[in-house]
Ligand binder design. Structure first.
Ligand SMILES: [Zn+2]
Length: 297
């Protein structure tokens, strides 16, 4: 009898523990491809989701290679958020191979050809344009609302939009002061097309031909063409990507008699606690540095 009682008691305790676990389900996992998207998931989704980010700060997103841990996280994700199949082809390939395409949300799907305003075609660096950021975070908020509390997400989104607008206004004010002959620049890879379009700048040429940040060194012929262009158009600013080789750009600046290239970090956010650890901080930091170089060099 005593044994039976103990058995019943144990069963009750066990099932109530199981019930407690069921009452507090694990948070849905949202996996972001790189730090800028991780920031948006955090700001808009708050603490409702478990969050994992794939490409760490200071790493190169275009040519990233998934590791075993990434694949494990991706497999158990409720939602996977990427920028564009052009920026993260490795993520698209993984989703296709693992049957996860329905769980993968592209914030800027440039395969659809619904971005007619952009002369630069499929430039996936849409996060450098606050107008696009408003659209992309809208898309993100709607999708997060289907796996979390839509009301809370909506409130966070509405607050965030105001922040995006503040960044846009400050950059607009800043770049409006530049005279027409100080608006041309050369960039390392084709990542500032959206930014240039927003603030009335002109990317005269890029050092690397493809939109990827990691490519083979450009040819000697390309070098002399760039040098001639820089002299002819009176370009004073060559922008390089922080963390990527700038040997070519340095030689170019030297031969053109320009100050050393300006290293900017539009491609990722800094680790938490450092300047540029949020999209707003990153945009203002890089925007101010670019404006300073264009107006003083
Ligand atoms: Zn890039």
């Amino acid at each position: 009898m005593r044994r039976l009682l103990r058995f019943i008691l144990c069963s009750v305790l066990l099932s109530s523990a199981a019930f407690a676990a069921a009452a507090e389900p694990a948070k849905p996992l949202v996996v972001s491809s790189f730090t800028i998207i991780a920031d948006w998931v955090q700001v808009i989704g708050g603490k409702q989701f478990e969050q994992v980010n794939l490409v760490p700060s200071h790493s190169e997103t275009h040519g990233y290679q998934l590791n075993a841990r990434n694949a494990r996280d991706l497999r158990r994700a409720s939602l996977i958020v990427g920028m564009s199949p052009t920026l993260e082809p490795w993520l698209e390939a993984w989703a296709k191979a693992n049957d996860r395409t329905p769980r993968l949300l592209w914030l800027f799907d440039d395969r659809k050809g619904d971005h007619p305003g952009h002369a630069h075609g499929s430039d996936p660096h849409a996060w450098t344009d606050p107008a696009e950021v408003k659209k992309m975070t809208r898309t993100l908020a709607t999708r997060l609302g289907t796996i979390g509390s839509a009301g809370l997400i909506e409130t966070s989104y509405n607050q965030y939009v105001k922040e995006v607008e503040r960044v846009d206004e400050e950059l607009r004010r800043l770049f409006a002061t530049l005279p027409a002959n100080r608006r041309n620049l050369v960039t390392q890879h084709a990542n500032l097309g959206h930014f240039a379009e927003s603030y009335g700048l002109r990317i005269a040429r890029t050092i690397l031909a493809s939109s990827s940040a990691e490519s083979a060194d450009p040819s000697a012929r390309h070098f002399s063409e760039l040098l001639a262009l820089i002299r002819h158009e009176g370009i004073r600013v060559i922008v390089t990507d922080a963390g990527q080789s700038d040997i070519f750009a340095r030689r170019l600046a030297e031969d053109a008699g320009l100050p050393p290239p300006l290293s900017l970090s539009f491609e990722y956010l800094e680790p938490a606690g450092r300047p540029g650890d949020s999209w707003t901080g990153m945009m203002l930091l890089n925007g101010r540095r670019l404006h300073e170089a264009l107006s003083t060099r």
